[in-house]
Design a binder for this molecule. Structure first.
Ligand code: FPP
Length: 239
């Protein structure tokens, strides 16, 4: 870390929309799944780097509720990569004390994947380092919908009165309950949209977009995002 970096304020919670794997492969005349394979290597390297910097929470958008619409061969390849990299990452991430949690609707995955997810969470649950949330079959609207359904059930059961519902009652029913909202959301691949990522939690997040495609995203790209984050004037609706 250079001197300039060491004086910067670090966001507590960083979210990343890992985009551009397909384009990265296409530029090289390779099938899209090769881009995902390289993207998975970036996932491993950058997670360790961000943890080494001292970020407390990292949330990575790995697979959205809409990604099932991709051709079955691509979805199959992505699932295979997830299995492989989650297994490998467990060893690396153990040395870094990284705790893994999966956010999203796990029920849509096959039994082997669900087993791997549960095992990964169980093995890492007592680690003291960075919390890594992997958003898989995650959609912000779905997450809010589940929270609303849960609240309605509590209202019906007489546990809570509609007039007493607060923002906290919604927050505590999200996948990210008890986790601070993201301070910074980075999107690779040049698009400027949230694509259903952390919709409720991102109300006051700083958004940073880079043209770098996800497989090429590296430590210096992350440092650039932190430098720009330090130029922002966060007012949270105040003056
Ligand atoms: C976006 O690129 C990436 C994905 C839809 C999912 C795959 C992510 C990985 C393989 C990263 C590794 C994560 C883990 C948890 C191992 P895209 O296909 O949308 O790219 P494009 O916009 O160029 O088409």
């Amino acid at each position: 870390m250079n001197e300039k970096q060491s004086n910067l304020i670090l966001p507590t919670h960083v979210g990343i929309i890992m985009d551009g794997n397909g384009r990265w492969a296409k530029k090289r005349g390779l099938p899209r799944y090769v881009g995902h394979t390289y993207g998975a290597q970036t996932f491993r390297k950058i997670t360790r780097y961000i943890s080494s910097k001292g970020v407390k929470v990292l949330t990575l958008y790995a697979f959205s509720t809409e990604n099932w619409k991709r051709p079955p061969e691509e979805v199959g390849a992505i699932m295979k990569i997830f299995r492989q990299y989650l297994t490998d990452a467990l060893t690396d991430f153990r040395d870094d004390e990284i705790k893994l949690v999966f956010i999203g609707d796990k029920s849509a995955f096959d039994s082997h994947m669900i087993e791997l997810i549960n095992e990964t969470e169980e093995i890492s649950k007592n680690r003291k380092g960075m919390l890594l949330n992997i958003a898989m079959n995650y959609g912000g609207r779905n997450e809010i919908l589940y929270a609303v359904k849960n609240l309605c059930a509590d209202v019906k059961a007489g546990i809570i009165q509609p007039n007493d519902i607060t923002d906290k009652d919604i927050q505590s029913r999200l996948y990210t309950a008890n986790i601070p909202d993201p301070d910074l959301i980075i999107r690779t691949g040049g698009e400027h949209r949230l694509s259903n990522f952390l919709l409720y939690q991102s109300a006051y997040s700083e958004f940073y977009s880079t043209e770098t495609l996800w497989p090429d995203f590296n430590a210096s790209d992350f440092d650039k995002a932190i430098e720009e984050y330090n130029q922002r004037n966060r007012r949270f609706g105040g003056v």
